[in-house]
Design a protein around this ligand. Structure first.
Ligand SMILES: Cc1ncc(C[n+]2csc(CCOP(=O)(O)OP(=O)(O)O)c2C)c(N)n1
Ligand SMILES: [Mg+2]
Length: 280
């Protein structure tokens, strides 16, 4: 049943998204390596998923009936590691080990290394296809859980995404939800110039998916749409979430420059000041 988010709960989730953004900047600065702006842009989506929507239990990360989340845009794993740590899956202090030798927090997620990581990802397209396999398995087992995957919009350039989309529709996977982080940018430029994907909504609809388009920074809208997606059982759902890559730090917003770059000390300090001033 859909329940509207109270103002208080929406504010709590926004505060969590803010914390997520802080840790993404902090851990990439300390590692001097990693992806900042893809994580800043999806912090509101991740806070909504991990703190409101997903049925998960940090005390029992392998709980058989848990929802499965796959970060198909695996490069933005600082935002996943942060969400899991803040949710209680492992100590927040461990975020400081990002990309260190022997760390459980590798440059891309590895299933089995850390509690809460359901799939290895980083090779774009492959997380989404694993999610379809998990949804098929859930269907075969008669399981109650749902599968959620976060994709990049550049990632939808991958042919595998569309094979995946066909298979999910063929099997009417009502237990599967994709969320596309529609920031309009990828590594080297705008999606529209590298390999245009519009009209992305019509493409998924033509592949027989149910599609919602939302503002990926409006937490009440994100949560309400995720609840509607969960209730829709006739087939797979794709939520296209319009976002700003780098959201919260003005000099990192809407540019490819901070896709995979670590800030120096001056930039780090400026980023934290701008994050505080941003109101997100
Ligand atoms: C198969 C594959 N090709 C290329 C890459 C290199 N790569 C890493 S991130 C990225 C861009 C991703 O853009 P998008 O999916 O829009 O994610 P965003 O960071 O904008 O959220 C690319 C091309 C990769 N990881 N996998
Ligand atoms: Mg993108």
């Amino acid at each position: 049943m859909n329940t509207a988010l109270s103002n208080q709960r929406a504010a709590e989730l926004a505060a969590i998204a803010h914390q997520i953004r802080f840790h993404v900047i902090d851990m990439v600065y300390k590692a001097q390596s990693g992806h900042i702006s893809p994580g800043l842009g999806s912090a509101d989506i991740m806070a909504s998923l991990f703190f409101e929507v997903l049925r998960i239990d940090p005390q029992n990360p392998k709980w058989a009936d848990r929802d499965r989340f796959v970060l198909s845009k695996g490069h933005s794993c600082p935002v996943l590691y942060t969400s899991l740590a803040l949710r209680g899956f492992f100590p927040v202090a461990e975020l400081d080990t990002l990309r260190k030798l022997g760390s459980r927090l590798q440059g891309h997620p590895i299933a089995g290394y850390l509690p809460g990581i359901e799939a290895a990802s980083g090779s774009l397209g492959m997380g989404a296809s694993q999610a379809v396999g998990m949804a098929l398995e859930g269907r075969m087992l008669g399981a109650k859980y749902d599968i959620w995957a976060l994709l990049g919009d550049g990632e939808t350039n991958e042919g595998l995404i569309w094979e995946t989309a066909m298979a999910a529709a063929k099997y009417k996977l009502g237990n599967l939800v994709f969320i596309v982080d529609r920031n309009g940018l990828q590594t080297d430029g705008a999606c529209d110039t590298v390999m245009p994907t519009e009209p992305l909504d019509k493409k998924f609809e033509a592949f027989n998916w149910k599609v919602f388009k939302i503002d990926g920074h409006n937490i009440p809208e994100i949560v309400a749409t995720m609840q509607a997606a969960r209730e829709y059982r006739e087939g797979p759902v794709c939520i296209i979430a319009k976002t700003t890559k780098g959201k919260g730090v003005r000099f990192m917003e809407n540019t490819t420059e901070w896709h995979a770059k670590a800030p120096n000390t001056e930039q780090y300090q400026r980023a934290l000041v701008e994050l505080e001033e941003s109101g997100v």
